[in-house]
Design a protein around this ligand. Structure first.
Ligand code: AKB
Length: 338
């Protein structure tokens, strides 16, 4: 039998960095990473093999299928919300067609080795579309099945792929003579905005928070593109990686759904600015609202109800707002930009 391998797409992105570090902490996971770009030097030695290429390259996926026995897929490759608005067709290709290509790949893997392939899929709070700012403020925490009217291409892509993942997992080719579903064990987390001390995001709309922090730490002026009262949920990168791994490890029978909200804290942009200024009093953080990006943030909920994740698989973020900045973000970021 070939050694079971974990495949990570979009491995060079922010979540990929955190995930590869964590998965290899104890040195016993074989990882194949796939990304359009070379893997950053800090990660290169940690993976079994890095493949530079596209999730849309069918021949490449066929070659991986033949060469490896993949039993876990972390499908992280995606174009985020802001970038997707500038290139909606490209976003559809990467976010939807790319995800379907990876689901087909996992289905064929599952068929060939006879066990379900665990497929971890990061979705986003972008699947929500609050009808108005008044409703957003009034409703507070949203549940998984509420307000699913995304206004962005990225949100539409993610919502559809959540459904299609569930289809592959439970209903794939339901009219065929032989049952063909169950070859993929699809599990999905709707992530809030993520903040890492070690990487800076690009192409997202929740980027205002990490951008503000990383600019302040480097003594660079920053003009925040959303109003001070803007509020969406966030969490630290280590907690998001923990969540992915915890969901991956949860016994299937404990899971009552395929898609889970998670969140940790939900400060306003003004509160984030205040905390950053306490740590970096010289920082120059102003506001220059970009009405269009503001519209996207206003359409996302101010918080999420993550009780299903807490009950089903024990989701419990380590960092609340204060700890996130005091223990994780500020100390690590100071070291990073010394
Ligand atoms: C984005 O801003 O597009 C992402 C997200 C919230 O999914 N960070």
């Amino acid at each position: 039998m070939r050694t079971p391998v974990t495949l990570i797409t979009g491995a060079n992105g922010e979540i990929g960095h955190g995930l590869i570090h964590r998965l290899t902490e104890f040195g016993n996971t074989s990882i194949i990473s796939l990304d359009l770009n070379p893997l950053s030097p800090a990660l290169a030695s940690k993976v079994t093999r890095h493949i530079m290429g596209s999730i849309l390259d069918e021949q490449l996926l066929d070659r991986i299928l033949v060469e490896y026995e993949i039993d876990h897929v972390y499908h992280l490759a995606a174009l985020l919300s802001t970038r997707s608005e500038f290139a909606p067709m490209m976003a559809h290709r990467v976010n939807v067609e790319g995800t379907i290509a990876m689901l087909e790949f996992a289905q064929r893997q599952g068929e060939s080795h006879g066990r379900p392939v665990l497929f971890l899929y990061p979705s986003s709070i972008a699947v929500y579309g609050m009808p108005s700012l008044e409703a957003k403020n009034r409703v507070g925490k949203v549940k998984e099945e509420e307000f699913l009217h995304p206004t962005t291409m990225y949100g539409c892509n993610k919502l559809y792929c959540e459904q299609i993942g569930n289809y592959y997992s439970r209903h794939y080719k339901q009219l065929a003579a032989e049952p063909q579903s169950g070859k993929i064990d699809f599990r999905c987390i709707r992530f809030p905005g993520l903040i890492s001390a070690f990487t800076v995001p690009s192409g997202g709309t929740s980027d205002f928070a990490p951008e503000m922090l990383h600019a302040a730490a480097q003594n660079q002026p920053y003009a925040c593109f959303v109003r001070p009262d803007s509020r969406i949920p966030f969490m630290t990168m280590p907690d998001s990686i923990d969540a992915l791994l915890k969901l991956a490890q949860a016994p299937r029978e404990q899971l009552t759904r395929t898609v889970y909200n998670i969140g940790a804290f939900n400060p306003s942009a003004a509160e984030i600015r205040e905390i950053i200024l306490r740590a970096f009093p010289q920082a120059e953080i102003t506001t220059q609202v970009d009405a269009k990006r503001q519209g996207i943030i206003d359409s996302w909920p101010m918080d999420v109800d993550d009780s299903a994740a807490r009950n089903d698989w024990g989701f419990a973020p380590h960092y609340d707002l204060q700890l996130a900045f005091e223990e994780y973000l500020i100390p690590n970021i100071r070291k990073r930009y010394l």
